[in-house]
Design a protein around this ligand. Structure first.
Ligand SMILES: NC(=O)c1ccc[n+]([C@@H]2O[C@H](COP(=O)([O-])OP(=O)(O)OC[C@H]3O[C@@H](n4cnc5c(N)ncnc54)[C@H](O)[C@@H]3O)[C@@H](O)[C@H]2O)c1
Length: 253
């Protein structure tokens, strides 16, 4: 029970990697607030958590909308009394196609940045006042090894994830004195519906990536759960401003 009685917000906790975070955090004793644009799939995860004896609630939140993110923080505190951890997992990832950098439209660029960068900033902005009051808090942002490696054909996405490191380092410097840590988890290619069904990818991409990963297999959502749990737990209290790559060694190429 490494998160016993902790209150954890997981954005995008309704599907993919976020779903695995939510289920495991609840098993570790956390009260989990699942925030996504789709309430029905979030509620399904809540029902699963409750069926396993855990505690959770679902909120309909668009992280790129400041009213929504303020509501997210307020309703979490109204129901559970505090916010210990924000796991900023939501992003525009499913819905993207791999495509040459100069075919990306300005509209798609803005859409990606409005969620992946502004969204992570707005959720931080919403929870930090409550964390400051408590004198502690943990924020975990999500980047991607696409930006570490310069993976082609997702330039706007990779650039947005590089910006997340700027958010993390600057917020870490400004929030440390309040006992708030800010770190980034950086997944490699992980087999979720979003990655496996992405249009435009070359045939055999997953097999190629598995051959490049030092551990010689594809990454699963569950591979991210342990490192995220460490960053959410008291065990990582003196870590802040860090990028934690969880990619089986892929980005070292
Ligand atoms: N799967 C991978 O290969 C991979 C690799 C590196 C990084 N990541 C990152 O990991 C995270 C999860 O990835 P995934 O594969 O589960 O992708 P996904 O597309 O299935 O999950 C993204 C989540 O974000 C939510 N979301 C999108 N826009 C939102 C908005 N405006 N407001 C609230 N919620 C919103 C979606 O509903 C979904 O729950 C993302 O940040 C992604 O960029 C994934």
């Amino acid at each position: 029970m490494r998160l016993k009685d902790k209150v954890v917000i997981v954005t995008g906790g309704n599907q993919g990697i976020g779903r695995d975070y939510s289920l495991r955090f609840a098993l570790e004793g956390a009260k989990v607030v699942i925030c996504a644009r789709k309430l029905d799939t979030s509620q399904q995860v809540v029902d699963e958590i409750k069926a396993n004896g855990g505690e959770a609630m679902a909120l309909k939140v668009d992280v790129s909308n400041e009213e929504d993110t303020k509501m997210m923080a307020k309703k979490t505190v109204e129901k559970y009394g505090k916010i210990d951890v924000l796991l900023n997992n939501a992003a525009i990832y499913s819905g993207l196609s791999m495509q040459p950098w100069d075919t990306i439209t300005p509209e798609e660029w803005d859409w990606v940045f409005s969620v992946n960068v502004k969204g992570q900033w707005l959720t931080m902005k919403a929870v930090v006042p409550y964390m400051k009051q408590a004198g502690k808090g943990k924020i975990i942002n999500t980047a991607s090894t696409t930006m570490l490696m310069g993976i082609p054909f997702l330039l706007h996405y990779a650039a947005s994830k590089a910006a997340v490191m700027g958010l993390t380092r600057c917020a870490s410097a400004e929030l440390g004195e309040f006992g708030i840590t800010v770190n980034t988890i950086c997944p490699g290619l992980t087999l979720t519906a979003a990655s496996t069904e992405m249009p435009g990818q070359p045939p055999g991409l997953a097999e190629f990536v598995a051959s490049m990963v030092h551990l010689k297999r594809n990454q699963q959502p569950t591979d991210l759960v342990g490192p995220a749990l460490f960053l959410a737990s008291d065990d990582s209290d003196f870590m802040t401003g860090q990028l934690v790559a969880v990619d089986g060694g892929m980005a070292l190429h």
